[in-house]
Ligand binder design. Structure first.
Ligand SMILES: [Zn+2]
Length: 269
């Protein structure tokens, strides 16, 4: 049996992920910020929910939980141990395991975007080419070509969280929660102008977006080659950020990361 993942579009650029064993009527829903598109998909495909997984407390990730529970009352809700989410029935922290859709997931604590942020990782997943690759639901921590804003944590925390995700097997498929890739890669080219992989990736992403095709998921190996937030230790990103943001030449990788994040916060493409 193979795990199948599909996306449900919500709001302007959110992805709610639905996954289950291929051919099964049961699906797990990740970060349902809005119930309506989820219920529409369930109705259209004659499916029902066996579990809800939450990554963090932001309303565009949890706003649909109550309405889904009204339709599917006894559904277990997995999520971070957080005073800001009252619907979680199975609170989780880093290192915990859960078994949903016949698949074991590990929980990774990834504070930074919010303090309660967690990610879900499994090795038991094959990608579209049928290659055993692993899968990561990372909410708003790691994005394709970028990373989440630091709202509650600090740069050191976010850097350490991204480092944990970057250390997963390079074939891991990254299922983030927003379609931000195009803007992220435009910025990535400012942070690392000579990166041929980024230039090529942006061309592919531009074509995909022109055709209204999703750019998520991506493979972690691609993020390691092109995502500047995973490349603050490289000479190219360091030198650009030190010059652009006028930080000391001996800045640590975390200080380079913090300056890169500040630069991105003020960037509009
Ligand atoms: Zn968020």
């Amino acid at each position: 049996m193979a795990l199948k993942v599909s996306s449900i579009r919500a709001f302007s650029d959110n992805y709610i992920w639905a996954f289950g064993q291929d051919g099964s009527r049961d699906v797990c829903i990740v970060d349902p910020g809005d119930a309506d598109p989820v219920l529409a998909m369930l109705l259209a495909e004659d499916l029902h929910i066996s579990a809800i997984l939450l990554t963090h407390h932001h309303v565009d990730h949890i706003g649909g939980v109550k309405a889904l529970l009204a339709e599917f009352p006894d559904t277990p809700v997995y999520g971070p141990q957080s005073s800001k989410i009252d619907s979680v029935t199975s609170p989780l922290g880093g290192g915990d395991k859960l078994n949903v859709a016949g698949t074991e997931f590990s929980v990774i604590s990834v504070p930074g975007h919010t303090l309660d942020h967690i990610a879900y990782h499994t090795c038991s997943y094959s990608n579209e080419e049928n290659i055993e690759s692993g899968l990561l639901f990372c909410g708003d921590t790691l994005f394709c070509g970028g990373c989440g804003r630091i709202f509650e944590g600090n740069p050191g925390m976010m850097y350490a969280s991204l480092d944990k995700l970057a250390s997963l097997p390079a074939s891991t498929m990254v299922y983030c929660a927003h379609e931000y890739t195009q803007n992220n890669l435009r910025f990535a080219l400012y942070a690392e102008p000579g990166n041929r992989d980024t230039i090529e990736r942006l061309q592919q992403v531009n074509e995909a977006r022109n055709a209204e095709v999703s750019t998520v998921p991506s493979m972690l190996s691609m993020e390691l080659r092109t995502n500047p937030f995973l490349r603050c230790h490289t000479k190219a990103v360091r030198e650009t950020v030190i010059e652009k943001m006028a930080i000391p030449f001996d800045s640590s990788d975390i200080e380079v990361f913090a300056a890169l994040r500040r630069w991105k916060d003020s960037f509009s493409a």
